[in-house]
Design a protein around this ligand. Structure first.
Ligand SMILES: Nc1ncnc2c1ncn2[C@@H]1O[C@H](COP(=O)(O)OP(=O)(O)OP(=O)(O)O)[C@@H](O)[C@H]1O
Ligand SMILES: [Mg+2]
Length: 259
């Protein structure tokens, strides 16, 4: 039901993949929610077309209210805003997430997102969670509550080193806290079919038996345009080869298991 997109390495395509898969789900008629757990707010800006308004409901508000006692706590849906795209909602992030983190940690609020995801499950057909480039409180909260994890990989040798640690970290959280968490696979992003090195690198991962998903997402200058115009690829250019690859990846994920 809830899919978390995680890699502690920065700039591998987490936000791009989260928002684009979500936009495809929504365009196929599914009630879809993106939860942006990164204080940078890239997914929020991508889907809203502007930085989230601190006065508006957000994931910051959600976590803040877990610190106080309320006889009747607000439903998680109260922290959701609509995006310009039909059926696509957002729990936006905010820079205040950083300063909140210590308090949430010391007060043991690590399961609050999991509880919220359970409450949101009947409201949304698909929930995608974008995470910061760190295994911090928010990323752990997401991994403890999600049913699946997608790992973007940017065909870089340093990313490969980080991949083994990452898989071990996710496995530990699965074993200790969330047996239903499935590693849905590694998404190869920014793939250059004509370059030899990335091909070799990805082939080695496949040979090692790592769960590399097909198809690979090609590198394209359209991504920048998509971010700038705040239009996910399915709306910007549905026939583009990157869009087609994203749709195939989306449909494959939907076929192999409920998200
Ligand atoms: N398939 C692609 N082709 C070309 N550029 C891409 C592709 N995917 C992502 N990018 C670019 O790479 C950069 C990083 O992407 P993105 O912000 O999605 O990564 P991230 O993992 O969310 O980063 P962070 O760790 O900072 O949150 C962006 O400038 C984006 O435009
Ligand atoms: Mg990001």
């Amino acid at each position: 039901m809830a899919l978390v997109v995680f890699n502690q390495k920065g700039g591998v395509g987490k936000s791009t993949i989260t928002c684009n898969l979500a936009a495809i789900s929504a365009s196929q008629g599914l009630r879809t929610l993106v939860i942006d757990l990164d204080s940078q707010g890239n997914s929020s800006a991508y889907l809203l077309g502007h930085a989230p308004n601190p006065e508006q409901p957000s994931v910051v508000g959600f976590f803040e209210q877990t610190l106080g006692y309320s006889f009747r706590p607000p439903a998680p849906t109260e922290f959701v805003v609509r995006t310009p795209f039909e059926r696509l909602d957002l729990m936006a992030s905010g820079p205040q997430l950083d300063e909140l983190q210590g308090k949430l940690e010391s007060r043991h609020k690590i399961y609050k997102l999991r509880e919220a995801l359970q409450q949101l499950a009947p409201v949304y057909d698909r929930i995608y969670i974008d995470t910061p480039p760190a295994l911090n409180f928010y990323t752990r909260s997401a991994l403890m509550g999600a049913s699946g994890c997608l790992i973007p990989f940017d065909c870089d040798d340093f990313s490969r080193q980080a991949l083994y640690t990452l898989l071990a970290n996710v496995e530990e959280i699965r074993a200790d806290h969330n047996p239903q968490l499935a590693i849905r696979g590694i998404v190869v992003n920014q793939f250059q079919a004509r370059a030899k090195l990335p091909q070799q690198l990805v082939q080695e991962l496949v040979d090692e038996g790592l769960p590399v998903l097909q198809p690979y997402l090609p590198q394209s200058v359209k991504v920048r345009e998509s971010h700038q115009l705040a239009l996910p690829m399915i709306h910007l250019d549905p026939r583009h080869k990157l869009t087609q690859a994203l749709v195939q990846l989306h449909d494959r994920l939907a076929r192999t298991d409920a998200l």
